[in-house]
Design a binder for this molecule. Sequence first.
Ligand code: BGC
Length: 375
Amino acid sequence: MKRIFQLTMILCAMMITSSCTQSGKNKAMVTKETYGTHKGKEVFLFTLTNKEGNVLKLTNFGARITWIEVPDRSGKKENVTFGFDTFEGMLRGDPYFGAVVGRYANRIAKGKFTLDGVEYTLPLNNGPNSLHGGPGGWHSSVWDAEIVERTEFPTVKFTWHSPDMEEGYPGNMHVETVYTWSDKNEIVIDYKCTTDKKTVLNITNHAYFNLHGAGNGDILDHELVIKAARFVAVDSTLIPTGELREVAGTPFDFTTPAKVGARIGEDYDQIKHGKGYDHTFVLDNKEEVDCSLYEPVSGRLMEVISDQPGVQFYSGNFLNGSRIGYGGKPFIHRSGLCLETGHFPDSPNHPDFPTTILNPGETFTSKTVYRFSVK
Ligand code: BGC
């Protein structure tokens, strides 16, 4: 009895509960528990429950989304994002699942760029190129974390101080990522960055989605819309050639709903380079919703809203079943897809692309919304 009491006390001490609004069906809340330790810092798991009783889980390791539990058409709830049963599994697993990626999401050619005549050299971790901020990028940082009190919806704020020359990038950068889980099942992500030296920045979230439920088959039957008339053409190492190609008449036309798998096997240069879709689409930014993803069996719909110039659609081409996720289920080929909002790859080497330069005294802010519903 005494032992049970002690254990209960320990568990209570590990868990800080913060309640938000209490009216409505359920009590919206955030709980925090210890998940592990890494690089000498404590790693936490945050569970955000909205008034509908739907659950979003986050961790300060890489400021990650690890769990999104939303209902299907009949009300059956399932987690629709990739993650692992334990923190140890996460450390062994794919480095980017659900993570905030920076300083520079996607590739920089040959790991080199020049600012004001100074050439910067980055670690190469993807063939000849530098990918996702290098091996020690923000996906691997243990961010500071706080539950934001007195908000309308459950909210957690992650903060990272990225030191000058971290992974080769100049400037001390202060980075904030705030996640809000609304009662309309919207994950609202607010980014904010400042620097003390001229630098480059491309921040995104790298969640993988499967609206059947993570681990339940592939995403080839998902119907996708991307409001983009052009996409960024790439070479065989997935570096932009400089061409912004029209999607019309190509397997890249998602301006009206198309199944992900319908044209993924076509004999088309860009499909071959990506081994499927692994391309940035140039968002038209004319309508509120930039992308929508619909899975007809469950009826789940995910809409993506962004203020950024592009979205990287990655169809999980490099997943090969070797990594094991929740419930012992392997991440098989194309079992998840990403819609990563942000700038174009390798922009620091393409002066004609929208700029990714951030100067001292400027504040970069950006918002991305992933909204879940059924139809
Ligand atoms: C890239 C892929 C890469 C993947 C890693 C995506 O953003 O475009 O090429 O394999 O991230 O998870």
